[in-house]
Design a protein around this ligand. Structure first.
Ligand code: PMP
Length: 400
């Protein structure tokens, strides 16, 4: 199937249910992605590990094509891509796969790992669990924009630092970390460098080879692929990165990640990657312009509104705003038709203040007045206008 730059509108993002502006949480599957997945549920249902017949070979071909598409999007070799079920899994695998490998080599060596306070919980909680296993962990603070400062990172490095793991684009406030500089510092000190690129892929240029990244996690459902389909890039050369498996069994994925491959989901990840590669520049440009317009309109409609995260060096799709004095829970009924997020979607449901907002210095009260609005492939200028009107209409007039 020929993949084109243009995909049909996904009707569900604007419907009588409301307007979806939560693309940082997840994205709908692009119709072109879905079309390539469908045959793998039906006629191409084989197990790629079945090497003796047509059904197995067809499934295996689909997986290998996807591996090439994913590798091509991030500037890697196919052999450096391992499929997983989520970025959560990829992140956990990096931490525990490395600890296991290092302890196998030398059970008594001290292990130090560095991360930041703005990571996704799959890294932060993984690191906490690693600490319980005797690993020394430093969680770096960030500046007011939510970025790790290179000098803070440099100062935290110890002779026994084995891993630096930093989020590339923050999922709540959209700030972009200085990943190229951090990776280069890690290389200079001969430390492995991992980045959680879940919110970066398809939004900003990513090239693991040029940027000196050793390990990278990402997930299809953030860039118009299916849920439950993700990958870990593991550098194959200079240095050849070695981590132990996290899941043992039948030896799939060169013995690194056992379990029968989720072929339709992997094919979907491949197509989503190909579309992102074709569209990256144009889409980033359109999203940035739309995001800027949205912010401009919000400032006019809601005096006093504040933007969290970096003003310019931020995700093209993300706005995270505080409406001082206006608790979002008091607006809920009025903004029901707006599919937005009041914190990280991954931790919503919990009443505690988001660790990300706390990390950039917001008080609990400010956090309660904070909204994340995120745009996507099918968001239009008319949608932005409607969102501004809904928000404006929801705020008590004595405040405006
Ligand atoms: N890292 C980041 C930055 C994310 O935004 C998310 C999803 N919210 C994850 C990791 C986890 O991804 P997955 O849903 O594939 O487990």
């Amino acid at each position: 199937m020929e993949i084109s730059a243009q995909s049909h509108t996904v009707a569900q993002v604007v419907s009588d249910k409301g307007l979806y502006l939560d693309y940082n949480a997840t994205t709908p599957v692009d119709p072109q992605v879905y079309a390539t997945m469908e045959p793998y549920f039906k006629e191409y249902f084989g197990n790629p590990a079945s090497v003796a017949h047509h059904w197995g070979w067809t499934a295996e071909n689909g997986v290998q094509k996807a591996r090439m598409q994913v590798a091509s999007l991030i500037g890697a070799k196919s052999s450096e891509i391992t499929f997983t079920a989520s970025a959560t899994e990829s992140n956990n695998w990096v931490i525990f796969g490395l600890i296991s490998k290092l302890r196998e080599e030398n059970p008594n060596q001290p292990i130090h790992m560095i991360t930041s306070c703005l990571e996704h919980s799959s890294v932060l909680k993984g690191m906490q669990a690693a600490e319980k296993q005797g690993v020394e962990v430093d969680v770096l603070p960030v500046n007011n924009f939510g970025q790790v400062e290179i000098e803070t990172l440099r100062a935290a490095i110890k002779p026994h630092t084995k891993l630096i793991s930093l989020i590339w684009v923050n999922n709540e406030i959209g700030s972009i970390n200085p990943i190229v500089e951090a990776a280069s510092l890690a290389k200079e000190k001969q430390i492995l460098f991992h980045t959680d690129a879940t919110q970066a892929i398809g939004k900003i240029p990513v090239n693991v080879t040029e940027m000196g990244i050793d390990l990278m996690s990402f997930s299809a459902h953030k860039f118009y692929g299916p849920k439950g389909s993700a990958a870990l890039f593991i550098r194959g050369k200079d240095p050849k990165v070695q981590i132990n498996p996290f899941i043992y069994g039948g030896g799939q994925e060169k013995g690194l990640r056992s379990g029968t491959l989720n072929v339709p989901a992997i094919v979907g990840l491949g197509t989503a990657s190909e579309i992102c590669k074709i569209n990256l520049n144009a889409e980033a440009e359109r999203m940035t312009a739309l995001r800027n317009l949205f912010w401009q309109k919000l400032q006019t409609a809601i005096p006093g509104i504040r933007l969290n995260g970096h003003p310019t060096n931020r995700s093209p799709i993300n706005l995270n705003v505080t409406l001082p004095g206006i608790r979002i829970e008091s607006l809920t009924a009025k903004i029901q038709k707006l599919g937005v997020s009041t914190g990280s979607a991954c931790s919503s449901g919990s009443v505690s203040i988001s660790h990300v907002l706390k990390g950039i210095g917001l008080s609990a009260d400010e956090a309660a007045c904070t909204l994340r609005l995120s745009l996507g492939r099918w968001t239009t200028e008319a949608d932005i206008q409607r969102a501004v009107e809904i928000l404006h209409g929801a705020i008590p007039s004595q405040i405006i």
